[in-house]
Design a protein around this ligand. Structure first.
Ligand code: ADP
Ligand code: ZN
Ligand code: ZN
Length: 736
C-alpha cells in the first residue's frame, strides 16, 4: 500500500503559515485524518509531543522518507476554532484553485500583540436644556461636526470614542471643543457599552415572527440549514437578524454578521451596539492591524459573541459558531478580488455546514444565484413582503432619452427631471442624482436609437479601443469602430463619457442657486471625505447630492424626496453576463432611497433603453418579473445559475510569454480535457488589458455540471503547477 503523508503546521501565528512539516500517516489513522484535523506529533530533536493542524495530504515526500516521523495521535474531539479555519482554507484551495498558503493567509490573519487600549467614552456633562441650546447654536453656525457628535451623545448617553471617530468623523479637536464648552465629559473605562434595557425594542410583527420561527427551526436539526431572507428595504430584516442573534447567544453560541463596508453606517453600528452592548465588535477597513487582531482575539477567547463586519469578518475564530448572516448578499463586494477569489456567501455556506451554524442571506434584490437556489429547494426561502414602518414605496417615472434628443433637448438632464428638481428645491426638500457608471468601459452607444454595438457572438457590448478597433472581451472578436449607427443610420454615435463633474456643471447651470455636493472617487480622497460629505448632506447643508453608486447604499436621508437616475442603462453594456442583474439591483436600490421619511418620494429613471426588462422591472419594483426574464437568458446561454462558469485570469509583465502560455493553456483545455459539454471561450484580453505594465488575459470555461467543473479546474491547476512555463505568470481562478 502506498504511503500517505500529512503536512502539518504547528505554529498558527501567521508569518510561519508557509512552514509545514511532513509526517507519515500510520495505516490505522487513515480515514480519520483530513485537512483541519488536530494531531499530536513528535517534534524537534527531543521528540517532544506538540499539537499541530493537518493542512494537506499526499503521497509524495519532500525529504528522504526515512527521516519522516509518524503522527502520534489524531485528536478527534479537539476541533477548535483554528482547526475549523484550517479546514475552511482546505475547502478554499479545492474550490478556488489557490495554494494552501494563500488560503491559510486569508482565513488566519496575522496575529500581532497589541497593547490593549482602554476605550474612551463621551458622556453628557450639561443638563438637557443647555445641551439642546448649544446644539441649536452649532447647527445655526454650521458647526456640523460638533452638532453631529453632541446630538449622538445626547441620544446615546454614553458613546464610545472609537465609534464617534469612525462613523461620525469626529476629530480630537471636535471632542476637545465640546469638552471645553462643558457639554461633554471624556471618560476612560474598560467596561463598556451596556445593551439597552429592551423597553424601546420593537415587538416583531407577524411576518417577522414567522421568519424567526422558520429560520430558528434550523437549529433543531443536525444540518442547521441555509436560508434566504427576501424582503424589501424597510421590511424589518435587521430586526429579524437581531432576534436570531439573541437566540443564538442564549444557546451559548456566537454569531457573525456580514455587511458590505459601504453599508456599515453609524445607524447600523449603533443599532447592534444598543442591542448587544460590548458583546459585539465591529470590524471595518479603518481599524489598524493591531485593532483587528484584538477583535479577533476577543472572538477567540469569548469576550464577544457577535462580530459585525465586511467579508473578512467571516473568519472570526469563534469556538462555537451558531449563526452567520450575510446582509445584502447580492453585493459584488462579497467577492474577493485577489486570490483566492472566494465569495463570502459560498464560504459562509461551507463554514456553516462544517460548524453546524445556521446561515441567513438577506436581500431586497436577491442575487440570481441565491434566488435560484431558493426556488430549487437548495436553501430555505423566507419572505417579508411588506414594509414594517410607515414609509411608502416611491413613484417611478421612466424618461426615454432618445425622445429628448429628437425633441431638441441635448442636455443630460431631461425636461421632466429638471421640472421635478425645481419643485423639490421650491419645497425646500432634497434630491439625489445618481449616475450609474459601474464598471464603466468605453463602448459605443447611439444617442439616436439607444443601441449599443455588440459582439455578434457573445451578446455583450464591444469595447472601444483608442486605436479605432472594437473588441469583444469574452471571445476576442474585433472589428473597426463604426461611425454610423448600423441600426438607425444616425451619426450621433460615440462613447458615453458624462461623469459626475459634467453633471455638476450642468445642474449648476440649470439651478444656479441650488447648493450642490458631489461624491465620487475623486471627491472622497480618504474615507474621511466620504463620511463628511454624507453627513453634510444629511444635515441639509446642500440641496442636491450628485454621485456614483457610493451614494445609493445604506444611507437614510429623510428629506430626500427625489432621486434622479442618469444613464440608467449604462451598466447594461458592461462586458459581463451579470450586467442586467447588476443594473436591476442598482436601480431598485437607488429608487428605494427616495421618500423614506413622511413625504412620499419620486424617482426619475433616464434611459436610452426604456423597454429593457431590467429597467422595466426596476421601475415597477418587481423582482419576480426580472428574475423570470433573466433566468431565461441565463438558461439559453448556459450561464450561472443555470450552469457553471469559471474565469481563469492570467497576468504577466511579459506580453509574449503571457500570450504563449495562454495559447498552450487553451490548447490543453480544448485538446486534453475530453469532456462533453465543456465550452472554452478565449483567451482574450481582460476588460482592462494592462494595469501598471502588467498584461492581463482571461479564459472562460462553461459546463452545466458543477462536479465536472471542479474536476476540470483541478486538472487545469495541476497542469499549470507542473509546467515551468507558467511560473512567471499569476494565475487565479474565479468561480461563479
Ligand atoms: P430592513 O433591514 O429590512 O431594511 P429594518 O429592520 O431596518 O428593515 O426596519 C426598517 C424600519 O422599520 C426600522 O426603522 C425599524 O425600526 C422599523 N421596524 C422594523 N420592524 C418593526 C416592527 N415590528 N414594528 C415597528 N417598527 C419596525
Ligand atoms: Zn442608432
Ligand atoms: Zn464575443
Amino acid at each position: 500500500m502506498q504511503e500517505l503523508y500529512a503536512d502539518v503546521i504547528i505554529d498558527i501565528s501567521a508569518e510561519r503559515l508557509d512552514r509545514t512539516f511532513q509526517y507519515r500517516v500510520p495505516e490505522e489513522m487513515r480515514g480519520q485524518i483530513e485537512t483541519g484535523s488536530v494531531v499530536e506529533i513528535p517534534f524537534g530533536a527531543g521528540d517532544r509531543t506538540v499539537r499541530g493542524y493537518v493542512t494537506g495530504l499526499g503521497g509524495e515526500t519532500r525529504i528522504p522518507p526515512e527521516k519522516i516521523k509518524d503522527i502520534g495521535r489524531v485528536l478527534t474531539d479537539a476541533a477548535d476554532a483554528d482547526a475549523n479555519l484550517v479546514w475552511l482554507a482546505g475547502w478554499m484551495r479545492q474550490r478556488y484553485g489557490c495554494s494552501m498558503s494563500q488560503a491559510l493567509r486569508t482565513v488566519l490573519p496575522v496575529k500581532r500583540r497589541v497593547a490593549r487600549r482602554r476605550e474612551r467614552y463621551l458622556v453628557p456633562a450639561a443638563d438637557e436644556e443647555t445641551a439642546a441650546a448649544a446644539l441649536e447654536e452649532y447647527k445655526r453656525k454650521h458647526f456640523a461636526a460638533r452638532a453631529r457628535v453632541l446630538e449622538a451623545v445626547m441620544e446615546e448617553g454614553r458613546l464610545p470614542w472609537s465609534l464617534a471617530a469612525d462613523r461620525l468623523s469626529m476629530t480630537a479637536k471636535v471632542a476637545g471643543a465640546l469638552e471645553e464648552a462643558g457639554l461633554i465629559r471624556i471618560e476612560e473605562g474598560a467596561e463598556g457599552f451596556a445593551p439597552s434595557s429592551g423597553e424601546d425594542r420593537v415587538s416583531l410583527n407577524e411576518g417577522q415572527e414567522k421568519a424567526l420561527r422558520q429560520i430558528s427551526a434550523g437549529w433543531e436539526t443536525d444540518l442547521a440549514g441555509n436560508f434566504l431572507l427576501y424582503g424589501v428595504t424597510g421590511s424589518g430584516k435587521t430586526e429579524v437578524y437581531m432576534a436570531l442573534i439573541e437566540k443564538c447567544i442564549a444557546m451559548g453560541r456566537q454569531a457573525i454578521v456580514l455587511i458590505p463596508e459601504i453599508a456599515l453606517t453609524y445607524q447600523t453600528v449603533i443599532r447592534f451596539s444598543h442591542r448587544f452592548g460590548d458583546r459585539v465588535a465591529v470590524m471595518n477597513s479603518r481599524l489598524s492591524e493591531g485593532e483587528r487582531c484584538e477583535h479577533m482575539a476577543k472572538a477567540r477567547d469569548g469576550r464577544i459573541s457577535v462580530m459585525v463586519g465586511p467579508r473578512s469578518a467571516l473568519f472570526a475564530p469563534f469556538p462555537n459558531l451558531g449563526l452567520i448572516i450575510v446582509d445584502e448578499e447580492h453585493e459584488p463586494a462579497y467577492e474577493s478580488e485577489k486570490s483566492p477569489r472566494y465569495h463570502a456567501r459560498e464560504a459562509a455556506f461551507a463554514r456553516g455546514e462544517r460548524e453546524k451554524a445556521v446561515v441567513v442571506l438577506g436581500s431586497a434584490t436577491p442575487s440570481m444565484k441565491a434566488y435560484y437556489m431558493a426556488q430549487h429547494g437548495a436553501i430555505g426561502l423566507v419572505t417579508l413582503p411588506e414594509r414594517a414602518g410607515s414609509a411608502r414605496m416611491p413613484e417611478v417615472s421612466v424618461v426615454d432619452m432618445r425622445r429628448e434628443l429628437r425633441e431638441g433637448n441635448r442636455s443630460i438632464v431631461s425636461r421632466e427631471l429638471a421640472d421635478r428638481l425645481q419643485q423639490t428645491l421650491d419645497a425646500g426638500q432634497q434630491a439625489m442624482l445618481f449616475i450609474n457608471r459601474r464598471g464603466y468601459a468605453g463602448f459605443l452607444c447611439c444617442r439616436g436609437c439607444g443601441k449599443v454595438i455588440q459582439c455578434p457572438h457573445c451578446d455583450v457590448s464591444l469595447t472601444w479601443h483608442r486605436d479605432g478597433q472594437m473588441v469583444c472581451h469574452y471571445c476576442g472578436y474585433t472589428q473597426p469602430a463604426v461611425r454610423i449607427c448600423p441600426h438607425c443610420g444616425s451619426s450621433h454615435i460615440g462613447t458615453f463619457r458624462a461623469g459626475t463633474e459634467q453633471i455638476e456643471e450642468e445642474v449648476g447651470r440649470l439651478f444656479p442657486k441650488a447648493r450642490l455636493l458631489r461624491m465620487d472617487l475623486d471627491s472622497t480622497k480618504g474615507k474621511e471625505g466620504h463620511a463628511k460629505i454624507l453627513s453634510a448632506f444629511a444635515e441639509h447643508e446642500a440641496d442636491i447630492l450628485i454621485g456614483t453608486q457610493m451614494i445609493v447604499k445604506g444611507h437614510d436621508f429623510p428629506d430626500v424626496t427625489l432621486m434622479g437616475i442618469l444613464a440608467a442603462d449604462l451598466s447594461l453594456h458592461v462586458a459581463d453576463y451579470r450586467a442586467a442583474e447588476r443594473t436591476f439591483q442598482l436601480l431598485t436600490q437607488a429608487a428605494g432611497r427616495a421618500g423614506r421619511g413622511d413625504v412620499p418620494g419620486h424617482v426619475v429613471i433616464q434611459t436610452y433603453d426604456p423597454e429593457h426588462y431590467s429597467i422595466r422591472a426596476a421601475a415597477a419594483q418587481d423582482y419576480e418579473a426580472f428574475y423570470r426574464e433573466e433566468l431565461t437568458y441565463r438558461e439559453m446561454g448556459g450561464y450561472p445559475p443555470a450552469g457553471t462558469l469559471t474565469a481563469i485570469h492570467l497576468s504577466c509583465p511579459d506580453r509574449e510569454l503571457l500570450e504563449k502560455a495562454c495559447g498552450y493553456l487553451a490548447l490543453f483545455i480544448r485538446g486534453q480535457i475530453r469532456c462533453r459539454g465543456l465550452t472554452v471561450l478565449g483567451p482574450t484580453d481582460e476588460a482592462v488589458a494592462k494595469i501598471q505594465d502588467i498584461y492581463r488575459k482571461v479564459i472562460y470555461i462553461k459546463h452545466a455540471d458543477r462536479a465536472v467543473m471542479s474536476s476540470v479546474i483541478s486538472m487545469i491547476g495541476r497542469y499549470i503547477a507542473a509546467n515551468e512555463g507558467f511560473a512567471p505568470l499569476t494565475v487565479t481562478f474565479e468561480a461563479d
